[in-house]
Ligand binder design. Sequence first.
Ligand code: URA
Length: 261
Amino acid sequence: MPAIRELLEFYAEAGVDTAIGEIAVDRFAGEPSPAPAGAPRARAAAAAPVPRAPQPAAPPTPDAAALDARNAVAGVQTLDELRAALERFEGCALRATATRLVFADGNPNARLMMVGEAPGRDEDIEGLPFVGRSGKLLDLMLAAIGLDRTQVYIANVIPWRPPGNRTPTPQETQICLPFIRKQIELVDPDILVCLGGPSTAALLGTRDGITKTRGRWFSYDTGKRQIRAMPTFHPAFLLRSPLQKRLAWRDFLAIKKALAH
Ligand code: URA
């Protein structure tokens, strides 16, 4: 059926590549069609009511969900407890469309922690951050300064894949922020690297874009102490703009130097 194939291709190009339920929901059913202008009232009223599809319970407001998130991490003492708290957490709608939680990869005792934006398709399938194309580039960049994943801890601001890899909303970021902050506190790295603008904005609170902030040292308060933090380009951006790799290389050399102290 060419029409169906074309429709599916259209969906794939638009990033609609995730089934979120077993049964299709006709969202138009149940909306009574408006009576045509000038139609007698009685005719519109007599139209047979169309049964409404069952509606899921309303999700908590972003503020309520962010409060739930802060409460969820309040007593957490270990990374295992944090993962369990995230597995239980119902306040972020992304968990319903993601295949699984993408918590972290690498060494929880590492002195260097890197934080990206959110998992993509490959990460969602494997349950590990940065395993797709941008992850392969990240591994090469780490190798260039003599590091591999046994010496780095890697996580994301958002631990569930946004459908179709769309940008997480500010509300989703706000809701997930207490979890990544707690993760940084528990790992307690000496150096934090924010991969890309969204991670930099979320964790360092900067309004400047990544081209301005990259390569600069910031101070990050883990809740226990101040550590050094550096924004750098996201590897996915470097795949699209390979000329910028020379600036990223400078950042990685600065990170290597900082780790030597
Ligand atoms: N991009 C991210 O920001 N994080 C990942 O884990 C993968 C791609």
